[in-house]
Design a protein around this ligand. Structure first.
Ligand code: GTP
Ligand code: MG
Length: 368
């Protein structure tokens, strides 16, 4: 998917249908010349809904929508017939879409689970026909009311992908290769920086086919938080992950890379990444002699106690990758918004605090 196809912010306006009018009508039959009022009520105007779909991962299609209108209700008719309701319009949107009121910026809704629906604009109520105004003192009312207009509102839709784990790293660190190695996802991989132009999702499954989603982001560079490169624009897509996995080239300067990544996250306005659990995958071990790779891994573990886990892997050869998957799967039990991730179908909504089944790094809790 090219950069242009990944749209994660759009404005749309939604208008509910107008309610149908009530009508004035009197029963006229040869046998019953004064049959009384029988004007029916108008039908309700249709609603406009947004509905979460797993099949979408961009708001591209919504750019062309702009104005979404539901159908008007039908007018009532004689014989006390109520007009039909206007049809609802249901617009699909990716899971993770936030709905903000354009005028106030307030959060109107958040699509967190597949098939969840949020009402954007309600249809107007139908008017009342004169049949409904009949009383003991007024047996032939000529009163009726018009249908109400539907709600009209403007929203900003903002996509924040929901994933359990977010991969962050410098360009070329091997994030996409890692995603391909742990999941069935087939992101573009190439030997130049900024191969990945938009977030990609992969699914890591356990032996029962249940699992977690992993988001692969475009590479971050120094100054990303200030808007340099592509990374900054996409940081919000990992703002709701349960855990971040830093990916660094072990054959390069992983300590420098990790520090740079941390400062970019610290300066980002997308979220408070300081609070987020982090782990580190030292990638490309195949480029170093085994002893050297082990030594560097130890050093990194000592110097970066904030990482819950430090693992040496080779996304290319697959070394160490099997051991990575369980660490990713662990995030199912972690607190935070990651719990709300239901792309894996694990929608139990449980929230039993922030806990890790285990952490190899005793200092991790204390260090930040
Ligand atoms: N030797 C070796 N090369 C690797 C490994 N993992 C990835 N590479 C190579 O590194 C290059 C970059 O890999 P990508 O997966 O595209 O890196 P990325 O971090 O996704 O890069 P961007 O999307 O540009 O940020 C490719 O040529 C990969 O084949 C590894 O474990 N060992
Ligand atoms: Mg990539």
């Amino acid at each position: 998917m090219g950069k242009s196809a990944f749209i994660d912010e759009v404005e749309i306006s939604a208008r509910g249908g107008k309610g149908g009018d009530g009508v004035v009508s009197f029963l006229r039959e040869r046998a019953r010349p004064r049959g009384g009022p029988d004007g029916g009520d108008g039908g309700k105007g249709g609603d406009v809904w947004l509905r979460a779909s797993l099949a979408m991962n961009t708001l591209l299609a919504h750019r062309r929508l702009r104005d979404v209108r539901a159908a008007n209700g039908k007018h009532g008719s004689g014989g006390k017939r109520t007009g039909g309701d206007g049809e609802d319009v249901v617009v699909g949107a990716p899971v993770g879409t936030q709905i903000l009121d354009s005028a106030t910026g307030a959060v109107h809704g958040d699509l967190l689970r597949p098939r969840q629906r949020v009402l954007l604009a309600g249809g107007g109520r139908g008017g009342r026909g004169n049949a409904g105004f009949k009383t003991s003192v007024n047996r032939a009312p000529r009163r009726r009311t018009n249908g109400e207009t539907g709600e009209e509102r403007r929203f900003k839709l903002v996509l924040r992908l929901l994933a359990n784990v977010g991969l962050v790293g410098m360009p070329n660190a091997g994030k996409s290769t890692l995603l391909a190695a742990v999941s069935a996802a087939r992101p573009k991989i190439a030997d130049y920086p900024f191969t990945t132009l938009s977030p990609q999702l992969g699914f890591v499954a356990d032996e029962f086919g249940e699992g977690v989603t992993v988001a692969d982001l475009p590479g971050l560079i120094r100054g990303a938080a200030e808007g340099a490169g592509l990374g900054n624009r996409f940081l919000r897509h990992i703002s709701r992950t349960a855990m971040l996995c830093f990916v660094a080239d072990i054959a390069g300067d992983p300590a420098r890379d990790c520090k740079a990544l941390e400062s970019e996250l610290a300066n980002s306005s997308a979220a408070d990444f300081g609070e987020k659990p982090k782990m580190l995958a030292l990638n490309k071990t195949d480029l170093l002699p085994k002893a050297e790779a082990e030594k560097r891994t130890r050093t990194m573990r000592e110097n970066f106690p904030q990482f819950l886990f430090v693992r040496a892997v080779s996304a290319l050869t697959g070394a160490g990758i099997k051991e990575l998957a369980p660490l990713f799967l662990q995030t199912r039990d972690m607190g935070g918004d990651g719990d709300k991730t239901v792309a894996d179908g694990n929608d139990n909504g449980s929230d039993n605090g922030n806990r890790y089944r285990y952490s190899e790094n005793k200092n991790a809790a204390a260090a930040k």
